[in-house]
Ligand binder design. Structure first.
Ligand SMILES: N[C@@H](CCC(=O)N[C@@H](CS)C(=O)NCC(=O)O)C(=O)O
Length: 218
């Protein structure tokens, strides 16, 4: 059975959402971020991204990591593209052209959006959003997001979803990192097509289930 190493409050949320969309059985093995623990290397520390046992699986020390019948994979976007190809169905490409477009939007999510979204969510997680330093960080991040989010808004003005007029793994890979930045409501108000698309993506049973599990996580 597919094993997912991670926690829902991390980039592993992409993988959990994907597995729930596909309706496949999986086992979640909780691995917390090492930096969240005071002593990640203490003998009684819970399994974390710095634990020697986890580093044997993923020497990068990152979650999510999966073990699918012996295939060990890291990188949430690569994991999702693999799961989509393996299990097929409407979330995956129906043609070579779609495969290219799904890869394009998935890499675009990582290269154009992810680092700025992470800056925003980390500023909020640390409660710094109203401090001068936090405001500066958010201002820089939203300035950097302006062009790509504008490109996305223009695309979504023409198409309901990123590829093939249906929800695919490309939408999931992208919208799950855009979620990290959505606290910046004023910024996103200028992009109505993006907001409409986010709402549609979030109005899915698998997303709701992932968020419920995330909220229930210790
Ligand atoms: N590009 C990677 C990023 C993975 C990543 O950085 N995950 C964070 C949690 S959101 C992590 O494992 N942090 C632990 C650490 O850096 O020690 C992916 O998408 O899977």
């Amino acid at each position: 059975m597919l094993k997912v190493y991670g926690i829902y409050r991390s980039r592993a949320s992409r993988t959990y959402w994907m597995a729930l969309e596909l309706g496949i059985e999986f086992e979640s093995i909780p691995v917390i971020q090492g930096y969240a623990l005071p002593e990640p290397l203490a003998p009684d520390a819970r399994l974390n991204t710095q634990s020697p046992a986890f580093l044997k699986l993923n020497p990068n020390g990152h979650i999510p990591t999966i073990d699918d019948d012996g295939l060990v994979l890291g990188e949430s976007v690569a994991i999702n593209l693999y799961l989509a190809s393996k299990h097929r169905g409407p979330l995956t490409s129906g043609s070579l052209q779609e495969e290219g477009l799904i890869a394009q939007w998935s890499f675009w999510a990582v290269n154009e959006i992810e680092s700025q979204s992470i800056r925003i969510v980390q500023t909020y997680d640390r409660g710094l959003q109203d401090t001068p330093g936090g405001k500066d960080t958010i201002a820089v991040a939203t300035r950097m997001l302006k062009k790509p989010i504008g490109v996305l808004d223009a695309h979504l003005a023409e198409c309901e979803y990123l590829v093939g007029h249906r929800f695919t793994v490309a939408d999931l890979n992208l919208v799950e990192i855009i979620r990290y930045a959505l606290s910046e409501k004023e910024f996103f108000a200028a992009y109505p097509h993006v907001l409409e698309w986010v709402e549609k993506c979030h109005d899915r049973d698998a997303f709701r289930e992932m968020m419920a599990r995330r909220a229930a996580e210790a």
